[in-house]
Design a protein around this ligand. Sequence first.
Ligand code: GLU
Length: 307
Amino acid sequence: MTRPYIGRFAPSPSGPLHAGSLVAAMASYLDARWHDGTWLIRIEDIDEGRAVDGAAEGILHLLAALGMRHDGEIVWQSRRKHLYEAAAARIARATYPCGCNRREIADSRIGVAPDGSAIYPGTCRHGLGPGRTMRSLRVRVPEAGQDEITFIDRFAGPVTQHLTVDAGDFVLKRADGFWAYQLAVVVDDIEQGVTDIVRGADLLDSTPRQIYLQRLLGAPTPRYLHVPVVRNSNGEKLSKQTGALAVTAGDEPATVKALLETAGFLGLALDPPQPESIDDFWRAAVPAWGRLLAQRDAANEFTAGFA
Ligand code: GLU
């Protein structure tokens, strides 16, 4: 099983890491290590209005304390705006300036996307109306009938969306002047050569929009694995506070306990079940991840060959 593998963890520094992100971090790290691949960290601070001072450093500190060692340079989206600008220019034929505000879009009541946002009614598709000025930049999705995007998620199986009803023409550059997450994430994953995206199931709905942008940019689509958060062995649901979020470097027993707690939410069965050090934890967790993938493959024939 040798194939190039480049994975990444891409936290948004809008506050301390939350428990769901930590599960995603562990899954992406384990998948990269299981495949002898590269694991990158990218700080998604493109939404500068939401970035909290010190949050990125706190996240990096925590990942290091938990023993997740990244490869290569850490990249920061706030320093890569020229790349998003250039990508938007390359797909200019599929984009248009939009003068509508949130209220006008909500009032049109065309429909609501799975992520809860209102579907854009297409008002500015054929040009800005008289007296209107550009607020945002949107990408045009294909007409109904040609708007289906299907991909096979390594955990969730086949996922299909119709962009006209599940997304609508979506924003690439926001009214506040910042590049939108959907564009930035796609441009960065292409530019960094990411082959495998492992992240939380909350982003499953975004993936078809991202695949559409990859296609417009002429780039290959990576493999995807969206991790659902499972209940731990005590049947508990993930709470906002898991022990791992309060880890302090140097307290190894507490750190191992916290790692075990997060592994429990991923459904990992470690052997031995109670490793004594951080290194022992990862030594046991990587093959446990491999077993989890094999179980998924056995259950879902569509993922066979992806593990
Ligand atoms: N920055 C996103 C988040 O923290 C994750 C993006 C991704 O993994 O594609 O939710």
